[in-house]
Design a protein around this ligand. Structure first.
Ligand SMILES: C[S@@+](CC[C@H](N)C(=O)[O-])C[C@H]1O[C@@H](n2cnc3c(N)ncnc32)[C@H](O)[C@@H]1O
Length: 239
């Protein structure tokens, strides 16, 4: 799987340039999960979210999964191999243990909030994989366990000046697919003056709320709503 391979080396530069505020996200997660300590991060990436969370509470029993070897390599260095980071696709995940909370912060799934609706955004390639992945997450949580999905505005074209004269650009293609489940291509690129340093195009999927709430209900998740400041949407495993 070559996901995030093309831009892994520049990912942290972009995040440090203000793309995500990990301290604020970590605070929102900590207050939402309360006393739950066994945490599974879905799409740990380069480990920035994990590091921020462990800084707030070093007693978390934390495991991260990701299917991009390039991102995992950076996460392992960042976290000095202090937590287990497992290379796997969430659609195939079987870790033989359970957790109190699963978090996807810009990871496998997210919630996209526009003025009039919520969508489930996914990095997975088809509905069967999404369903299997969500089922796997449910199977790894105890009853009362939480699933937290980060909340984002709709994707749009954007340019950002990073350090050392590097410019990040994201370009969003046209939506295609059906009316309840559709896709777009998002191209991430990093330039310095005229030279292209790195580029990757990912296909991102989206489900309307009628579809994703049913998929989540079918695997045992009940929607609880947004955390403070609408950083995460929280589901509880009830079945
Ligand atoms: C935008 S990064 C977010 C990383 C990190 N959570 C953060 O906050 O910086 C998304 C990550 O999700 C991972 N990912 C996407 N789909 C996945 C899947 N099906 N199984 C495991 N990891 C996946 C990607 O490889 C990538 O590292």
């Amino acid at each position: 799987m070559s996901y995030y391979q093309g831009i892994a080396d520049y990912y942290d530069l972009l995040m440090d340039g203000g793309y995500y505020n990990y301290e604020l996200l970590a605070t929102a997660i900590c207050s939402a999960i309360g006393q739950r300590k066994r945490i599974l991060e879905l799409g740990i990436g380069t480990g920035q979210m994990a590091q921020a969370l462990l800084k707030v509470d070093s007693t978390y029993d934390f495991v991260g999964i990701d299917f991009s070897p390039a991102m995992i390599e950076i996460a392992k260095k960042r976290l000095s191999n202090s937590i287990p980071i497992i290379e796997c696709d969430v659609a195939e995940m079987n870790l033989n243990r359970r957790f109190d909370a699963a978090i996807s912060s810009g990871g496998t799934w997210v919630i996209i909030q526009s003025s009039n609706e919520l969508l489930l955004g996914t990095h997975l390639f088809n509905q069967e994989n999404d369903f299997r992945g969500l089922q796997n997450v449910a199977n790894h949580l105890d009853r009362g366990g939480l699933l937290l999905l980060s909340v984002h505005p709709p994707h749009e074209d954007r340019d950002l000046d990073l350090t050392n004269g590097i410019i990040y650009s994201q370009r969003i293609g046209k939506y295609n697919g059906g009316s309840d489940h559709f896709f777009l291509e998002k191209t991430y690129s990093f330039h310095k003056q005229e030279s292209l340093l790195a580029e990757e195009t990912l296909t991102l999927g989206f489900y309307r709320d009628t579809v994703f709430l049913k998929m989540l209900a079918d695997v045992g998740f009940n929607p609880l709503g947004m955390t403070n400041a609408e950083k995460f949407f929280v589901f509880e495993k009830v079945a």
